[in-house]
Design a protein around this ligand. Structure first.
Ligand SMILES: Cc1cc2nc3c(=O)[nH]c(=O)nc-3n(C[C@H](O)[C@H](O)[C@H](O)COP(=O)(O)OP(=O)(O)OC[C@H]3O[C@@H](n4cnc5c(N)ncnc54)[C@H](O)[C@@H]3O)c2cc1C
Length: 425
């Protein structure tokens, strides 16, 4: 790798690269590695002083590289865009990805929940394998060179950075999304592509926490719920049902279940939370009424403590429902019971905002999928222009699905490029 200030002799003499890959995240590094073959000059341009900033952050520095599930099951985890990702996921499966790292000495292990990590639990080990393999394959990585422009030429493209122009027969845009701008990902790929006439959809933060105005449970920050059932409501209509792990934060809701659902949640939506496990509203209402009737001398709080509701939350829910601490079941009227039932099974926080790009783990939207060939990752309108990774309009659930999509689409783009080179197009 060079630091971007000393250009190796070999590069100075080269006027034409075969491939320029823009952005050294998982998609760009993997694409460069797999596009490489003898006699094919590949340039990987990275904006940051070093490659793989997000790989280093992934999985809290442990890198949840993929999920151990079966490939057909993967497609449930990319919202409405699963059809597009399918060919890539079949071209490079999760097993193939694990085998790649294992063949380079980095063993992978799956947690009970299916998340796959390197056994060393170090993202830096994942990045080290990718960078070393780029070097083995003769990929020239130049860091500290943000690409500013890509222009079409009769025989390919000119790629312009602050330090000069590079010509290449094929270009792959792997600049990631617009989330975590501190990683260098500020959405450059969208404008680079749009200038070439490539359609780009509206973008927004995804895998992001929900902010709730005057969140009543702020003091209970850190409280988490396994497999909570919640539903999303818009303009009085239910639009989705979810079950997933939920976490109270000082500003609202987070946790994998909420992050995954955030893709389809908008400000103004109501998220109805159930704190009583798998019990439905009617079932809970009937059970509560029965217990109250059987124990008229008990305080309502004592009855509520029989359900799997954490004690601190229990007290708060009673307060919100207007139940005095010393109210006994003998005085637990139907109206008061209805308020408790609603707050325990359908507590309705209104979404003030979604976490912005600074805290969203990925970006939804991007390079429009109908403008890209799903079997090659090549633009349908600009021959020789390829895309891979998060810059595409693909966002996956938590659990390793985003890294896998980046690696798989990067791999497929490499195959697309090789095919293009072999047929001499
Ligand atoms: C905190 C955090 C934790 C995450 N954890 C996980 C996880 O455990 N598992 C998982 O599956 N996913 C995780 N993700 C999501 C995952 O990291 C991304 O989806 C994935 O990195 C996308 O890969 P990519 O190669 O498309 O883009 P990126 O990894 O974003 O890489 C894009 C690269 O392009 C460079 N670039 C941008 N613009 C230019 C330009 N103009 N010129 C040159 N270079 C440019 C950037 O500097 C960057 O290095 C996490 C995300 C975050 C923010």
């Amino acid at each position: 790798m060079t630091d971007g200030t000393r250009i190796p002799e070999r590069v100075q003499q080269v006027e034409q690269y075969d491939v320029a890959v823009i952005g050294a995240g998982p998609a760009g590094l993997f694409c460069a590695i797999h596009a490489a073959r003898p006699g094919c000059l590949i340039l990987l341009l990275e904006k940051n002083p070093a490659p793989g900033a997000k790989i280093l952050l992934a999985g809290s520095g442990q890198c949840n590289i993929t999920h151990a599930g079966e490939v057909p099951d993967f497609t449930r985890h990319y919202g409405d865009h699963a059809t597009f990702v399918k060919p890539a996921l079949h071209a490079l499966t999760n097993r193939d990805l694990m085998a790649f790292f294992e063949s380079h000495g980095l063993v992978m292990e799956a947690e009970e929940n299916g998340k796959v990590f390197p056994v060393t639990r170090k993202s830096s080990d994942v990045l080290a394998v990718l960078v070393a393999e780029c070097e083995n394959q003769g990929v020239i990585i130049r860091c500290g060179e943000p690409v500013q422009k890509i222009s079409r030429e009769p025989n390919g493209f000119t790629v312009t950075t602050g330090k000069g122009d590079y010509s290449a027969k094929a270009v792959v845009i792997t600049t990631g999304g617009a989330s975590y701008p501190q990683c260098g990902t500020i959405g450059d790929g969208y404008s680079l592509a749009a200038l070439l006439g490539q359609p780009v959809t509206e973008i927004g933060p995804a895998l992001t926490p929900l902010l709730i105005r005057q969140f009543p449970f702020a003091a209970l920050m850190g409280l988490s719920f396994n497999r909570m059932h919640f539903s999303v409501w818009r303009e009085g209509k239910k639009v989705a049902d979810h079950t997933g792990d939920v976490l109270f934060t000082h500003l609202g809701l987070s946790g994998p279940g909420i992050l995954d659902a955030s893709r389809e949640i908008r400000p103004g939506d109501v998220v109805r939370l159930s704190f009583v496990g798998t019990m439905r509203r009617e079932e809970f209402a009937a059970d509560l009424a029965k217990r109250a009737a059987e124990n008229p001398g008990w305080q309502v709080g004592t009855i509520l403590a029989k359900y799997p509701i954490p004690e601190r939350l229990n007290r708060k829910l009673l307060k919100i429902s207007g139940i005095p601490d010393d109210l006994t079941c003998a005085h637990f009227s139907a109206a008061r019971r209805a308020a408790v039932v609603t707050n325990c099974t359908e507590f309705p926080p209104v979404i003030a905002a979604l976490g912005d790009y600074k805290i969203a783990m990925v970006t939804r939207g991007g390079i429009a999928l109908d403008g890209v060939n799903a079997k090659t990752m090549e633009s349908k309108t600009v021959p020789g222009l390829f895309f891979a990774g998060e810059v595409l309009d693909i966002d996956g659930d938590t659990g390793g699905y985003n890294m896998q999509a980046a690696f798989s689409t990067g791999y497929l783009a490499a195959q697309g490029i090789r095919k293009r080179m072999e047929t001499g197009e």
